[in-house]
Every structure is written in structure tokens, then in C-alpha cells.
Write a protein that binds this ligand. Structure first.
Ligand SMILES: [Fe+2]
Ligand SMILES: [Fe+2]
Length: 134
């Protein structure tokens, strides 16, 4: 499925920008899978950008959490690690795998990201706002 950004996902400006970029990458992967037989080169390119950008985003988010003394940072890090493991599963799936299987895995990543933003990232956004406006 294509996923669409919604204002209700807002956490904090720099984080939101990175989340939008993740949405774009996941949507590019969806378009690639939907457009017919997947070429190994395209799939590898897209999964590499997903992996790299996840690493970038998670590192940034965790660093911001640490810099403000967010008490939920360790639990949050575990959630990020779980997602990264799923991304590796996606990257390791054979290109010839049936598109339905890859689409299922992609749908899992889409749903995970949105639910993680709504529940965990927004909890951090709430912490930031409380801290700025006690
Ligand atoms: Fe997060
Ligand atoms: Fe995030």
C-alpha cells in the first residue's frame, strides 16, 4: 500500500522531516514491487536506501532523546532494533520471491512505522513539549 503523511503524526520538526523521507522510501519500494518483476539492482538500491536512512534516523532520534535525558530511550532503542531486523529480513528475501510475500513484508514495515510514530515517537514529542513549556 502507499502510505501518506498525516499532520497527526507530527512529533518535532527535524524528526517529522525524517519520517516523511522514510514514507517516501517505503512508497518507492511499493511502486517498485507493484510494477512487475523486480530487478535485483532496483531492489538492492531501494533496500540499501531504506537501511541507510533508518540507521540515520534512529541514530538521530536516539541522540536527541539522550541529549534531553528522555527516560524511555532504552525501551525505544529496542523497538528500533526490532524494526531494523525486519528491514534486514526484507533485504535478504530472494528477489525472485513471490511479489505477494515481499508486499506482505512491506505492509508489515509500513504498519510498524506508523504505529511506532503514533505511539512511541509521539510520546517522546509529548515529553519534549512538557519540558519546553512546563
Ligand atoms: Fe522512534
Ligand atoms: Fe522515528
Amino acid at each position: 500500500m502507499l502510505i501518506e503523511w498525516d499532520d497527526s503524526y507530527a512529533v518535532e520538526d527535524s524528526i517529522d522531516e525524517q519520517h516523511r523521507k522514510l514514507f517516501d522510501i517505503l512508497n518507492d519500494i511499493f511502486r517498485c514491487l507493484r510494477s512487475g518483476p523486480v530487478r535485483a539492482r532496483d531492489r538492492d538500491h531501494l533496500t540499501a536506501s531504506l537501511r541507510d536512512y533508518c540507521r540515520h534516523h534512529f541514530t538521530n532520534e536516539e541522540a536527541l532523546m539522550e541529549s534531553v535525558g528522555y527516560p524511555g530511550v532504552e525501551r525505544h532503542r529496542v523497538e528500533h532494533a526490532r524494526f531494523s531486523a525486519k528491514v534486514e529480513e526484507f533485504a535478504a528475501a530472494p528477489v525472485q520471491a513471490d511479489a505477494a510475500g515481499l508486499l506482505d513484508l512491506l505492509a508489515f514495515l509500513d504498519n510498524w512505522l506508523i504505529s511506532h510514530i503514533i505511539n512511541s515517537d509521539k510520546r517522546f514529542g509529548h515529553f519534549l513539549r512538557e519540558r519546553d513549556e512546563p
